[in-house]
Design a protein around this ligand. Structure first.
Ligand code: NAD
Ligand code: LMR
Length: 317
């Protein structure tokens, strides 16, 4: 029996990802938690004639029940950006929200896989790690910052540009999840050559795809539907690992040895994951000069974002 809990389930991402996961054949129970309207969303979804049993939990008094027995917890709780904001501007509100939810996860389902969507991911994942440590249940192999939307965007934009079959395109995106910390490894796509200007414009489009959506929504939030699709892709991989005993490959922002030599504790790269969590951090391989420069630019930014998350937990102890 596999239970997936969604925290922030009544929001733009939360509702859409819940709809997609309600259809997933490997989900037995879908627990929807929010501080508003979760029972409404749950009742609505519960009428869909698929296997997953949907339950709704409203408000902090019901949070423990939502999490008890969860195998996978997905966290899209928190505020989204408005035009002119950076993801880091969300830290003020979302850091406290994520810290509170991580505390509840540590208490109720310490062995669950955590999938953190709430921004700024570069800092919210370190926050979760530090909270889990406080409760003695931190397993770095099971804590994931969801960066799948960067991969989804890379696959879409590159296959549109080069006339590739998008269903067979799977681009590795490394670094973090904000602006220039997002590094698509276009040089590693087999059999595809780019002009210098294509590399520059595609990279910029992938790095700032989130800003494009924020601008187009004009004050009504950020990516929700493409994020729900991407988040569900990531959860599908975990379900295949947990239930079908497969080893799956996905990019995610995790505590990682990959950039440790540069003083970076959390980094996104391709990973192999099985039912116990990460089993391999796939080496980056050879970067082009352009990608190496992006990497060099990313490192100091990530360092600041990570320290901000770690310090937030240390200071609020
Ligand atoms: P939204 O405002 O539509 O939904 C957020 C939901 O969180 C709301 O229903 C709200 O009630 C709920 N919430 C607030 N505080 C809560 C708490 N303490 N416990 C439980 N639920 C709580 O926002 P959205 O568009 O769904 O975005 C949610 C987050 O996801 C934002 O921080 C956004 O920046 C982030 N995001 C991340 C990615 C990514 O690639 N990782 C992509 C898109 C959005
Ligand atoms: C995205 O990449 O779409 C999200 O991180 C949301 C945002 O604020 O851009």
């Amino acid at each position: 029996m596999v239970k997936v809990a969604i925290l922030g389930a009544a929001g733009g991402i939360g509702q859409s990802i819940s709809l997609i996961l309600k259809k997933h054949p490997l989900v037995d129970e879908l627990a929807l938690y929010d501080i508003v309207n979760a029972p409404g969303v749950a009742t609505d979804l519960s009428h869909i004639n698929t296997k997953a049993k949907v339950t709704g939990y409203n408000g902090v008094k019901e949070l423990d029940a939502a999490l008890t027995g969860a195998d996978i917890v997905v966290v899209p709780a928190g505020v989204p950006r408005k035009p002119g904001m950076t993801r880091d501007d969300l830290f003020k509100i979302n850091a406290g929200i994520v810290k509170g939810l991580a505390t509840a996860i540590a208490k109720n389902c310490p062995k669950a896989f955590s999938c953190i969507i709430s921004n700024p991911v570069n800092s919210t994942v370190p926050i979760c790690a530090e909270v889990y440590k406080t409760y003695g249940c931190y397993n770095p192999k099971k804590l994931f910052g969801v960066t799948t939307l960067d991969v989804v965007r890379a696959n879409t934009f590159v296959s549109e540009c080069k006339g590739l079959d998008v269903s067979k395109t799977d681009i590795t995106v490394i670094g973090g999840h904000s602006g220039t910390t997002i590094i698509p490894l276009l040089s590693q796509i087999p059999g595809v050559n780019f002009t210098e200007s294509q590399i520059k414009s595609l990279t910029q489009h992938i790095q700032f795809g989130g800003d494009e959506v924020v601008k187009a929504k004009n004050g009504k939030g950020s990516a929700t539907l493409s994020m729900a699709y991407a988040g569900a892709l990531f959860v599908d991989k975990l379900l295949n690992a947990i239930v079908l005993n497969k080893t799956v490959t996905a990019c995610s922002y995790v505590e990682s040895p990959i950039a440790k030599a540069d003083g970076i504790r959390f980094f996104s790269s391709a990973l192999k994951i099985d039912k116990n969590g990460i089993v391999e951090y796939v080496p980056l391989g050879k970067l082009s000069e352009f990608e190496q420069n992006l990497y060099n630019e990313c490192i100091p930014q990530l360092k600041v974002n990570i320290e901000k998350g770690v310090n937030f937990v240390a200071q609020s102890k």
